[in-house]
Design a protein around this ligand. Structure first.
Ligand SMILES: O=C(O)CCC(=O)C(=O)O
Ligand SMILES: [Fe+2]
Length: 259
């Protein structure tokens, strides 16, 4: 292996990721690279490519103000925003994310499928937040997510702005374990900071922000082939087909009174 992935993550970061399930890397992007991304975001926004973000399955796109308040613009699959924003900047991002994927693929066990990489720009207005959650939910396509990555794009950030990413290490999942002491680390969403964590086991939250807050959020996914998700999706699909055929052919079972 090696190639483009060489040096994208220091060895120490890879070991930390293996040991704790998450890692924080300040200055993963230079100030100039952050500025370029902000320019891409501004243009995508001006072209009307941002929309209100929901929670849960993308297809449902439920906007639940009790859980999350932000706007989003998907940049994967790669051609998705072709013709809008600053193409070269996004190409640079794609190659960095691809190198990150290769490094994790080679060093951290699970194979990752380049075609299933997800990523979106998310914009939180003043007062935005995202309550505690896990990124991978069993029985849904999100279960394919192995690693979550966050890349912050806020050029100036200070203590008063809030908006921390809170990473819980309390042993809980979607909710905190009862009775245990709180245990977490807070990460400032400073421009250029990269955060990577296990999608299925690292609960996290975005604390209310008192400034506009910008990030690239995404997931590196395992191949569908052979995963338990593939089996559950196929099971769900055949159940849906069975219901569909019962509706279509059902009347004939009761004497052929087709409507
Ligand atoms: O904006 C962030 O820092 C985290 C966003 C997040 O957790 C998500 O979109 O799943
Ligand atoms: Fe998340």
């Amino acid at each position: 292996g090696g190639g483009s992935s060489r040096g994208i993550l220091p060895q120490q970061a890879l070991s930390e990721l293996q040991r704790t399930g998450y890692v924080v890397l300040p200055n993963f992007l230079s100030a100039e690279e952050v500025e370029d991304c902000v320019g891409d975001v501004a243009q995508l926004c001006a072209s009307g490519r941002f929309s209100s973000a929901g929670v849960g399955e993308a297809a449902l796109n439920r906007v639940d103000e009790g859980v999350r308040r932000c706007e989003q613009c998907f940049i994967f699959p790669k051609g998705r925003q072709r013709g809008a924003g600053v193409g070269e900047v996004r190409e640079q991002l794609f190659s960095k994310i691809d190198a990150l994927r290769s490094a994790l693929h080679e060093n951290c066990g699970k194979p990752l499928d380049a075609l299933l990489t997800e990523g979106l720009y998310v914009y939180y207005p003043h007062g935005g937040y995202y309550k505690r959650h896990l990124d991978a939910a069993t029985g849904t396509t999100s279960a394919l997510r192995v690693w979550s990555y966050l890349l912050y794009l806020n050029q100036a950030w200070s203590e008063e702005d809030g908006g921390w990413l809170r990473i819980f290490n309390d042993g809980g999942a979607e909710s905190a374990p009862e009775g245990g002491p709180p245990s977490y680390v807070d990460v400032e969403p400073r421009g250029g900071t990269l955060v990577v964590f296990r999608s299925d086991s690292v609960p996290h939250e975005v604390l209310e922000t008192r400034a506009e807050r910008l990030a690239l959020v995404g997931w590196l996914c395992q191949p569908l082939e052979g995963s338990s998700t593939r089996r559950s999706l196929i099971a769900g699909l055949s159940a849906a087909l069975a219901v569909g055929s019962a509706i279509k052919f059902g009347p004939s079972l009761f004497g052929g009174q087709a409507k």
